[in-house]
Write a protein that binds this ligand. Structure first.
Ligand SMILES: Nc1ncnc2c1ncn2[C@@H]1O[C@H](COP(=O)(O)OP(=O)(O)OP(=O)(O)O)[C@@H](O)[C@H]1O
Ligand SMILES: [Mg+2]
Length: 266
C-alpha cells in the first residue's frame, strides 16, 4: 500500500457484496478498502470472478453494496453519481443511430443543449480518428472504431470519473496498443480519475499510476502497487528491464494466490 498526497476522489471503505442466488450466496467482494486520488489512473487487475465488474457496478450506482460505504468528492454516495462516464468491453452502441447520434446519447439522457454538444462530439470523433465516420452506422465500423466511438460517448459531457470495464479486451493486439496510447494521451490532457479493469498485466503497467491486484473467492485486494514510469509512456517502455521486473512481480502475486490461470495474465 502506498500513501498519496492527492485528495481522494473516491473513497471505498469496508465494501462487501454478496449476490443472493437460489444455488447459494456468492461473496463477490469482501471488505474492500480503496482510495482513488483525484486525477489518478487506477487499474483493477485480477482473475475472472474476483469482483472487478461488481466493484464498477457499485461505484456507478447500478448495484448496491451489502456492507461498507463509498464517498465521492467527500460526500456519501447516493444513487448514480454525477459526472460519471462508462465504457464496457462490448460497446453498447445502438445500431439504428449514426455514430454521431450514438455519441450524443448522454446529451439526450441528461437533457443538455444539443447545439452546444454537437461541435464537442465532432471534435472528439476527430480526436479519436473517426471523424469521417460520424454519419455512418455502428455496423459499418470495425470493432476498434466502435470502441473509439464508445470512448467519445463516455467523454462527451466531460465526466470527472471514468469507469472502464475491460474496454480493450475484445480488440486485436495492434488496435489495443493504439487505443492504449490514445487513452493515455486523453487522460494526460484531461486528468480525469479513471478506474480501469483489465486482465492484462502489461496493459495495467503501461497505463496506471496504481495497480490494484485482486484475488477471487472471495473477491479482495491483495496489493496496491505504484507505477512510476515517467509519462508519456511509449509502447517501448514494455521492453525496459524495470517493466519486465514489474510484470514478474505481479505474476508472482497471482501465483501465490493460486490464480495464475487468469485469462491473459501474461
Ligand atoms: N448478478 C449476479 N448474481 C449472482 N452472482 C453474480 C452476479 N454478478 C456476478 N456474480 C458473481 O460474483 C463474482 C464476481 O463477479 P464479477 O462479474 O464482478 O467478476 P469479474 O472480476 O468482473 O470477472 P471477469 O473478469 O470474468 O469479468 C463471480 O463469482 C460471479 O459469478
Ligand atoms: Mg468483469
Amino acid at each position: 500500500m502506498s500513501d498519496t498526497a492527492a485528495p481522494a476522489h473516491v473513497s471505498i471503505a469496508g465494501l462487501s457484496k454478496t449476490y443472493k442466488s437460489p444455488r447459494g450466496d456468492v461473496l463477490a467482494l469482501s471488505t474492500l478498502d480503496l482510495e482513488l486520488p483525484r486525477g489518478s489512473f487506477i487499474s483493477l487487475l485480477g482473475p475472472s470472478g474476483c469482483g472487478k465488474s461488481t466493484l464498477l457496478k457499485i461505484v456507478s450506482g447500478v448495484e448496491k453494496p451489502s456492507a461498507g460505504s463509498i464517498s465521492i468528492g467527500g460526500r456519501a454516495m447516493d444513487g448514480t453519481p454525477d459526472g460519471l462516464g462508462m465504457v464496457f468491453q462490448r460497446d453498447v452502441l445502438m445500431d439504428w443511430r449514426s455514430i454521431l447520434n450514438n455519441v450524443m446519447l448522454p446529451v439526450e439522457f441528461l437533457n443538455l443543449p444539443r447545439s452546444e454538444y454537437l461541435p464537442k462530439a465532432r471534435d472528439l470523433l476527430n480526436l479519436f480518428g473517426i471523424g469521417e465516420f460520424a454519419d455512418r452506422y455502428p455496423w459499418e465500423l470495425s470493432g476498434g472504431m466502435r470502441q473509439r466511438a464508445s470512448i467519445c460517448r463516455a467523454l462527451l459531457t466531460d465526466p470527472q470519473l471514468l469507469l472502464m470495464d475491460e474496454p480493450f479486451g475484445a480488440l486485436d493486439a495492434f488496435t489495443r496498443d493504439e487505443l492504449n496510447m490514445e487513452l493515455q494521451k486523453t487522460w494526460m490532457r484531461t486528468r480525469k480519475t479513471v478506474l480501469f479493469v483489465t486482465h492484462s498485466i502489461p496493459e495495467a503497467i503501461l497505463l496506471s499510476d496504481k495497480i490494484v491486484v485482486m484475488a477471487a473467492r472471495p473477491g479482495r485486494v491483495v496489493e496496491v502497487i505504484d507505477i512510476d514510469f515517467p509519462r508519456p509512456r511509449p509502447l517501448s517502455v514494455r521492453e525496459e528491464p524495470e517493466f519486465a521486473r514489474m510484470t514478474r512481480y505481479i505474476r508472482e502475486i497471482f501465483e501465490s494466490t493460486g490464480a495464475f490461470a487468469a485469462r491473459g495474465a501474461a
